[in-house]
Design a protein around this ligand. Structure first.
Ligand SMILES: Nc1ncnc2c1ncn2[C@@H]1O[C@H](COP(=O)(O)OP(=O)(O)OP(=O)(O)O)[C@@H](O)[C@H]1O
Length: 239
């Protein structure tokens, strides 16, 4: 069943100057979508436009049931300097009016899985980049959204944390949650994503499962990495 349609007609950082044009796709229950593309292609801009973080945009997420809940984990962790990690969880949960007992239980489980028990009462500011990333992910998971939006979730995570995240997302997808993730880690994306949106120079260059991407690249059997390389390679004669 469809959860939502993400629509970006236009997005940019100044009114009138468009960086992204027409990046639109649907997300279904249990589906994981990889948003891929070269540096500066417009992946983060598209994501920010969808969730309303940009002023100069025409775009939104249209929810099938009208009032869905999403969790966004940005590329650069955002946190309150004056709050500990655990206080962040408490604030996030109270703003979503979640059942306190159940929420604490699932938070504790995620904290343990991500090996963050020893630092749960420390300030997020004192964490390493990877620990901050793990903290943001744990908060997102604890909210139990029906759509996760990750911008480069693997950057900064150690291999074990990456595995833990992928395993938990698999469980979350079985629950019916959808996942949108922008990533450059194409071998992982190839393994875990059902569909890919390849953004190049602010618009969609290819959209579909690996077979569709291979057909678009005219490279049957090729890896996602090779398809990406072929599709986004700048021809010096075009410049
Ligand atoms: N805050 C900003 N102000 C002005 N321009 C910006 C800003 N952030 C990004 N841009 C520009 O928007 C374009 C798309 O950037 P965006 O961050 O969406 O790319 P991306 O595909 O996420 O790249 P990366 O893989 O490097 O993270 C780039 O040309 C970039 O210079």
């Amino acid at each position: 069943m469809k959860i939502a349609t993400a629509v970006v007609k236009k997005a940019g950082y100044e009114t009138g100057k468009s960086i992204v044009d027409d990046v639109t796709f649907e997300v279904h229950e249990g589906e994981q979508i990889g948003v891929i593309g070269p540096n500066g292609a417009g992946k983060s801009t598209s994501i920010k436009a969808m969730i309303g973080l940009l002023k100069a945009k025409e775009g939104a997420i249209y929810w099938e049931d009208g009032h869905s809940r999403y969790a966004y984990v940005p590329e650069q962790p955002i946190y309150y300097k004056e709050l500990t990690f655990y206080e962040h969880i408490t604030v996030a949960c109270s703003s979503f009016e979640l059942d306190e007992k159940k929420t604490r239980e699932s938070a504790e489980r995620y904290i343990e899985q991500f090996e963050m028990s020893e630092v749960k009462h420390h300030y997020v500011e004192s964490f390493s980049k990877g620990m901050q990333q793990k903290a943001m992910i744990i908060i997102a998971l604890t909210i139990r959204p029906n759509l996760y939006i990750f911008d480069e979730p693997f950057i900064g995570l150690d291999p074990r944390a990456t595995r833990v995240l992928l395993e938990i997302l698999q469980e979350e997808r079985q629950r019916g949650a959808g996942v949108i993730m922008s990533t450059h880690v194409l071998d992982t994306a190839e393994r875990v994503c059902d569909r890919f949106i390849l953004i190049h120079k602010g618009s969609v260059l290819a959209h579909g499962d690996l077979t569709v991407i291979q057909e678009t690249a005219n490279l049957p059997e090729a890896t996602l990495f090779d398809c990406f390389d072929a599709l986004t390679r700048t021809n010096p004669h075009d410049a």
